[in-house]
Design a protein around this ligand. Structure first.
Ligand code: ZN
Length: 417
């Protein structure tokens, strides 16, 4: 009985790793039950696994890269570490160690598929199996995989508590286009446990009712259903009456929102979000929750960085087909077909643009226009034209590349930050 009580107390004292694991994901359960969260930092010795990087070691023990560099007198944080080397860390948590397993390749699996299955990087997977010289895999082949049950799991492990509902007016409306319009009766983004408002941005966090309603919906999914507890900062929306908001080209009508990328637990909140420090599964879940509202027009995010999102989504079980209308990566062409698309300068944050609300008659480009352009609704067949005829016309229109003219006219593509 006493043993059980102690075990429960230990579980309770685990802070953000505590909570009932409701997931069927074994890595998730392992991370929660086997990670020891320390009240005081503790000096531990870490044995470097093959190809392990300083940033990865920092993440597993909840410390910064700089801390490891300093403590071990390394030249810089990108120095490559020999496997088996011992590294000192003043850890804030102690997760289970990496494990080498032998995996038998299944029919139809390539390097990427095996990497996704074990939540490792495919480059790393190739180098652990350097004897294969990166040749295509064949079914039945045995390869070695260093799984990492110590990689923090922050999503889909448990359900989160329901935050109190937000109360706000319903008469804040967008007028005109994001690049030219303004905001009427704007509402300042309410304070909420759902998100963090950028402290220096309070005078540029004015939004339309439709925007706040759907932002709340998405964040509620992220907090409750996905169980994500990390901080997510909302950077900029619009000024109180909308209008010009340099250096942004858009952000004028209360429906463009800049959201900083979520960071893995333990990385200080003001760190610039380098790829190693970004919590990609959390960002993917946020994007999925936003898209699931059905009210997002597009999301701007650097094309190269989208590959991390792609891997995170696939690791969560999303298929290639399901991803195609959402992520532009890995394609280079057909940018307009995906909701998440490249735009210069969007590396440390995503820029979410909501659709105009159903009651926002003067908001532009109109809701119907945007839905039609995305191919989310069928164009109205006019006169004798059949529904099939309309679809064929749209295909033809795409093939001829006429979308380019329309895009320029819309100003979608020359989106400034
Ligand atoms: Zn922006």
């Amino acid at each position: 009985m006493v043993g059980l009580l102690t075990a429960m107390l230990v579980l309770l004292s685990q802070g953000d790793a505590a909570g009932e694991a409701t997931s069927t994901d074994p890595l998730c359960t392992r991370w929660i039950t086997e990670t020891r969260v320390l009240e005081e930092p503790e000096l531990v010795k870490h044995t470097v696994a093959p190809k392990e990087r300083v940033s990865q070691i920092a993440i597993r023990y909840g410390v910064t890269r700089e801390h490891i560099v300093e403590l071990n007198k390394l030249k810089h944080s990108r120095v490559s570490l020999r496997k088996g080397r011992t590294i000192k860390v003043e850890a804030t948590r102690i997760p289970p160690p990496r494990e080498e397993i032998t995996y038998t390749v299944q029919d139809g699996e390539d390097w990427f598929a095996v990497a996704i299955k074990h939540r490792v990087a495919s480059n790393d997977l190739r180098s652990w199996n350097w004897r294969t010289r990166g040749k295509p895999l064949t079914a039945g082949q045995e390869i070695s995989v260093w799984i990492d049950p110590g990689r923090p799991r922050t999503v889909n492990c448990k359900r989160g508590p329901a935050p109190p509902p937000l109360e706000f007016r319903d008469d804040a409306t967008s007028y005109g286009r994001p690049q030219y319009g303004r905001l009427k009766n704007g509402i300042r983004l309410p304070e909420s446990p759902l998100w963090t408002r950028r402290p220096t941005g309070l005078n540029v966090l004015w939004a339309s009712s439709h925007t706040i309603e759907n932002l709340e919906k998405a964040f509620r999914t992220l907090r409750v259903d996905v169980g994500y507890e990390g901080e997510i900062m909302i950077g900029s929306i619009s000024r109180q009456r909308g209008g010009r908001f340099p250096p942004h080209k858009s952000h004028r009508t209360g429906l463009d929102i800049d959201i900083r990328l979520p960071l893995v637990p333990g990385v200080p909140p003001n760190t610039y979000p380098r790829p190693d420090a970004v919590d990609w599964p959390a960002l993917w879940e946020l994007i999925e929750a936003l898209v699931d509202t059905g009210e997002v027009s597009m999301i701007f995010f650097d094309w190269r960085l989208q590959k991390h999102l792609y891997a995170a989504a696939r690791e969560e079980g999303v298929t290639e087909d399901e991803l195609r209308p959402i992520l532009h990566w890995p394609r280079r062409e057909h940018k307009w077909e995906a909701i998440v698309r490249h735009s210069h300068g969007h590396k440390g944050h995503i820029h979410v643009r909501f659709l105009c609300g159903v009651n926002e008659a003067r908001c532009g480009p109109s809701r119907a226009h945007t839905l039609l352009r995305r191919g989310w609704i069928e164009p109205h067949p006019s006169g004798k034209e059949s529904r099939e005829g309309a679809t064929a016309r749209r295909e033809q229109w795409r093939k001829e590349g006429r979308y380019r003219e329309l895009s320029d006219e819309d100003g979608d593509e020359d989106e400034g930050e």
